[in-house]
Write a protein of this length. Structure first.
Ligand SMILES: O=C(O)CCC(=O)C(=O)O
Ligand SMILES: [Fe+2]
Length: 227
């Protein structure tokens, strides 16, 4: 029997100006392919790791960077796996279908949350471009807190992000504080993954030379089939 939550329609919502939640944006098939891709990115030698914060503590999520390596609080030039074109295309489709406009992401941060992992309220402010952040959620649901640009404190909205959901924040919400309050264990699609994966796409710098954003497309790009 579905829980009561399953009976409440989940609608596309503008959480704040420039911040859009689109439930069930990714098909079940695409979610499976994304999880498979995340598993491949998580493999050594680069793999997923708990990133150390300047204060000495470790983040509770495990992270792998694609495109450029992120460390608090900057992008470094150390080598990482490339950001695949199909994932950048997916990001372009996400922006085209929400806030509109061109998008040329060059970074993805893939975060894995176990049942106990959280992410404190923070701003994504290490990018030098004003382009939106595109967030894709897979696996267990979470309580995502989306606040304001001025402080970590209220007002905020708590949004339940489920597997397949898209959340885009840009424009006046680009520097809003946000975080993950908690994971809701066992709420993901059966057999997809234990825990939660979140992929955020970002544009780390000004528009990249020689890379023109392509036109929006009607079908979502898929990762290539595994060999
Ligand atoms: O896991 C999420 O939904 C948000 C992750 C996030 O805020 C980040 O990676 O900067
Ligand atoms: Fe963030």
């Amino acid at each position: 029997m579905p829980g009561v939550d399953a009976l409440i329609a989940r609608c596309r919502t503008e959480i704040a100006p420039g911040a859009v939640h689109v439930p069930d944006w990714l098909s079940a098939d695409l979610q499976r392919q994304l999880v498979r891709a995340c598993r491949a990115w998580a493999r050594p030698p680069l793999g997923m790791e708990h990133i150390r914060l300047p204060g000495g503590g470790l983040m509770s999520v495990r992270t792998v960077c694609l495109g450029r390596r992120w460390r608090p609080y900057r992008y470094t030039d150390e080598p990482v796996e490339p950001l695949p074109q199909w994932l950048a295309e997916l990001g372009r489709a996400a922006v085209a279908q929400t806030l509109g406009g061109p998008y040329d992401p060059d970074v993805a941060l893939v975060n894995f949350y176990d049942d106990a992992a959280t992410m404190g309220m923070h701003q994504d402010r290490d990018e030098r471009a004003a382009a939106p952040v595109v967030s894709l959620s897979l696996g267990d649901a979470c309580v995502f807190r989306f606040g304001n640009t001025a402080t970590r404190a209220r007002p905020w909205s708590d949004v339940r992000l489920e597997s397949g959901d898209l959340f885009v924040f840009g424009g006046p919400s680009r520097l809003a504080f946000h975080g993950v309050r908690r994971i809701l264990p066992g709420t993901g699609p059966h057999g997809l993954i234990r825990g939660r994966l979140n992929i955020t796409l970002r544009q780390s710098g000004p528009a990249l030379p020689g890379r023109l954003p392509s036109a929006p497309r009607r079908t979502l790009p898929h990762p290539p089939a595994p060999a």
